[in-house]
Design a protein around this ligand. Sequence first.
Ligand SMILES: [Zn+2]
Ligand SMILES: [Zn+2]
Length: 316
Amino acid sequence: MSLDRCLSLLAGDIDQALILPILYRFGWMEWADLSFNWALISLYGMFAVALTYAVCWPLEAAFPVEHWQGRKTVWVDMFYTLISRVGVIPVVSFLLFYQVQAEFTGALADAGFIPPTLETLIPPLFGHPVVTFLCYALILDFADYWRHRLSHSIRAWYALHALHHAQRQMSFWSDDRNHLLDDAISFLWFFVIGLAIGIPPLQFPLLLLLLKFMESLSHANIRLSFGPLEYLLVSPRFHRRHHAINAAGRRSCNYGAVFSLWDILFRTADFSDVYLPTGDARAPEALATGGYAAQQLAGLKLFFRSLWPMARQSKP
Ligand SMILES: [Zn+2]
Ligand SMILES: [Zn+2]
């Protein structure tokens, strides 16, 4: 039996045994049509985490850049990954996107417009679903390059993004280590692009999971570059340069998440053959080594301090 079929059967069981009874109990039956797909995307999320682990863990064990004594902060990053890929991505990128897209296309149709899709914008893509899917990935990644670059240029935004950079034990679990507000901005960013190019609701979470698999690999504690392929795809070495402790904030480079192409095009690429220590020397210690709640709170404090010039001046 194929993996796809296995996951579908399992999603059906979870839907029947767990989700539908809860929807009945609380009178939320309007969600019943979507609950199977929601369960399926959560399972895809779990499968994506398992696949990431199966690929990255042996590589980290065999070719580590750093050896660590304790791994407490890595456990916190693992928690971020699980809630993001199994919980938040399926809920936000499927359930919410589905609803918003239905409203959006309905409103456009009422106004006499045909909602846009990538195929209507680029007609040769008709009949080529795999190429269209890859085009969606390329467009989302291009948008993410600019989101990421702006988050380093705007002081208040970097105050949130500093949580991602504060990690000194960067591993393949570190990709989802983000402030909740930063995550909310990212989802909104992707949402708008997804609506504008008409990504089908079931493909949207799968695209995010695919891109995130590559992003997990690029955060891994592995001494690995992709050779000439590094001029197209972001390798662990390339992204580690972005996380270098002496290059946090505005002095950073290598903003691309999956394709290094954008950094070459917009002159922010650094292909130096170095594996520098990671972190943000200016970040409060709670952002680096605190638990989940402590990191979120410290990030929020940093954000408000960045918005309030008087408080900022009193700080070194
Ligand atoms: Zn960054
Ligand atoms: Zn990163």
